[in-house]
Design a protein around this ligand. Structure first.
Ligand code: IPM
Ligand code: MN
Length: 346
């Protein structure tokens, strides 16, 4: 079967890292056909379009979407704040019902939390990201802004259940992260749902951390984590921190999943467009390559996915310990070679 993959290279280093990810899955022998979608800041500046309906409809027909990075250079005022985030990235997450944002971390030796190996399951369609709220009396001394957090029983339950299922495939330990001592309404819903769903998974050991405490554990003993489940905003913040202590954001991969596969899922590195290093060869493609591995896993190619993940882990270890000054494409070549060799020896 030929996988139909849509690519949204986006802006800045997006194109460079997606290219390496495709190089690696080609080396792995994956049968696929890639189709480019020109979306992001550059496209917006060209014709004022962020994500036209017909392009969204076209994307629905693919097996998966690979995204590089979207965003204008920092400090640029040409693209209104939030336009691409809400109009493109979040629009895709919501329209395609990508309700899980799965972010696995494996820390190489030498990183702050070396040997940590855990995954964050971030709810991806609700919380403060849902867009609830508004402004009153804007630009007056009496301006009011509200930004609510939307938490539905249905949305929380499907996310929590996914996290338990993932924990069953891993070390059978799941930590709920929230702020139930202050956010008693949303936190209460999360905690009750978590406790109820946990009864379906008696083998999974559970724990609870407040988000602030989780930040301390993340930099002091992240090795204790196996799977973490949390809401959209806490997950956003915690996974940047997790990236920073497990080898850097250049390694952090993510899968925006529609687990029921009623449409394509979207795979992207956690990092941004990094316009400052575009074209310098300094972009680390490992996060994009690892995201491609998450894609193959979702598409049912678990063995190839594992081979690629292992190759990335080995390569990230080498990059962390040896000063090889490798370029983006050299790193891609090395991972591709490792993957091809692993295939040949099987
Ligand atoms: C991420 C990003 C996005 C988010 C932004 C770009 C909308 O930070 O994927 O973590 O906040 O989810
Ligand atoms: Mn983020």
């Amino acid at each position: 079967m030929t996988f139909k993959i849509a690519t949204i290279e986006g802006d800045g280093i997006g194109e460079e890292v997606v290219k390496e990810a495709l190089k690696v899955i080609t080396a792995a022998g994956v049968d696929f056909q890639a189709t480019k979608f020109n979306l992001g800041a550059e496209r917006y500046l060209k014709d004022g379009k962020v994500l036209p309906e017909n392009e969204l409809d076209a994307l629905r027909k693919f097996d998966a979407i690979m995204l590089g990075a979207v965003g204008p250079p920092i400090g640029s005022t040409d693209v209104p704040a939030g336009l691409l985030e809400r109009g493109l990235l979040l629009k895709l997450r919501f329209s395609l019902d990508l309700y899980i944002n799965l972010r696995p971390f494996i820390a190489p030796k030498g990183s702050v939390q070396e040997d940590a190996d855990f995954a964050v399951v971030r709810e991806n369609t609700e919380g403060t990201y849902a867009g609830e709220g508004g402004l009153l009396r804007q630009n007056t001394p009496f301006e009011v802004a509200t930004q609510g957090s939307v938490n539905t029983r249905f949305g929380v339950e499907r996310c929590v259940r996914f996290a338990f299922q993932l924990a069953m495939k891993r070390r059978k330990h799941l930590t709920l992260v929230h702020k139930t001592n202050v956010l008693t309404f949303s936190g209460g819903l999360w905690q009750r749902t978590f406790d109820e769903v946990s009864k379906e998974f008696p083998e999974v050991k559970t724990a609870y951390n407040h988000i602030d405490a989780a930040c301390i554990y993340m930099v002091e003993k992240a090795t204790a984590y196996d799977v973490i489940v949390t809401d959209n905003l806490f997950g956003d913040i915690l996974t940047d921190l997790a990236g920073a202590v497990t080898g850097g954001i250049g390694l952090a991969a993510s899968a925006n999943l529609n687990p029921e596969k009623t449409g394509p899922s979207l795979f992207e590195p956690v990092h941004g467009a990094a316009h400052d290093i575009k074209g310098t060869g300094k972009a680390n493609p490992l996060a994009a390559i690892k995201s491609a591995a998450l894609m193959l896993d979702h598409l049912g190619e678990e063995t190839i996915a594992q081979t690629i993940t292992d190759a990335v882990t080995v390569e990230s270890q080498i990059l962390a310990t040896k000063d090889l000054a490798l370029t983006t494409s050299e790193i891609g070549d090395r991972v591709a070679e490792r993957v091809a060799n692993a295939n040949n020896s099987n």
